[in-house]
Design a protein around this ligand. Sequence first.
Ligand code: PLP
Length: 401
Amino acid sequence: MQTASFPVKAARTSGSRITLADGRELVDGVAAWWTACHGYSHPHIHEALVRQAGQMPHVMFGGMVHEPAIRLAARLAAMLPDDLERVFFTDSGSVAMEVAIKMAVQYHINRGTTGRTKILSFRGGYHGDTLGMMSICDPEEGMHSLFAGVLPEQVLADLPVDADSLARLEALLVERGDSIAAMVTEPLVQGAGGMLFHDPEVLRQLRNLCDRHGILLILDEIFTGFGRTGTMFACEQAGIVPDIVALSKALTGGTMALAATVARRGVFEAFLSDSAGHALMHGPTFMANPLACAVANASLDLFESEPRLEQVAAISAQLARELEPCRALSGVKDVRVLGAIGVVELETLDNPDALRRAFVERGVWIRPFRNIVYLTPAFTITPEELTRLTTAIVDVLREGA
Ligand code: PLP
């Protein structure tokens, strides 16, 4: 058996398999950081990419639009709840969230409200790695703690998961609510913060507090969007509509870098004016790249033509069944499943690389982080492939890496 040293070199992908340059094949439990929901190299996506490459791989998106973007924007608006219908395309999740924050702050300015310059975010939250996003992530986030000195002052709260935390959040808003432009959270799952799940009721509380205090609610559905939690968008499970939502990752089925920030009609209307300075000033060079938009359209086709949400429900049931034995293992703190996310939380994880190596040696690609071993497979994974992943987790945790 070969010992894995990182990084391993990937050579080819297909379905839920990654073939390494040395010929070894791994069953993928991560779906390329939660993006490849249809599996790798889906022929429908491949065809759309090649067709678009032959026609128009890129064109600027200032003073010019194109069919793949127009079509994609209309489809996203039709899928998202209520009047979330105004779409701004960028090229990464972090930048989609930057745009959401700029929109929220400028929304208040354009309406003549001054002083709402702060963003309230939550412990456990992760929204990206740019300077702006680091300033709204959980400061305990290991990747960002070095930069504490250069980031703006943060308004950070606990998610209102019980009466105490709700009362604390309400008190904070009574004191500082009129300085806050927007509240930001990942709905139902804080991903990089440790795959922490919360009840849909938390989102209803946030919606209610935002309405009472004139604050915009921004949902970061970059991880949760496109079926991962069992519904197309996580906010559907709470029956609430955010003012702005950020999407990326599975938007293109994991094939191209693309993101979208989608605003409700009322937010958009605050930017409609003849006076200079009302427009949203943001224009990344590759915004609405036609290749990425064509691929995203192909990904949405697959959600229509193939039973993705049924597949997520089946994966969910299988994960719950097959990860359950971990609960009895020593060092395991919790086992939880939501949609196509399966999590085994350990008391501690001192050497994630040793676990990662043990997984590669068993022919699976699983990337433990913090004290978490998790699976976020493609929705097209076969039951046999999923069993290989869950069996590897049970065996590696039982034996200790
Ligand atoms: N928001 C959430 C919830 C994420 O999970 C991520 C990435 O993992 C981001 C934002 C940042 O996205 P990107 O890495 O594309 O900038």
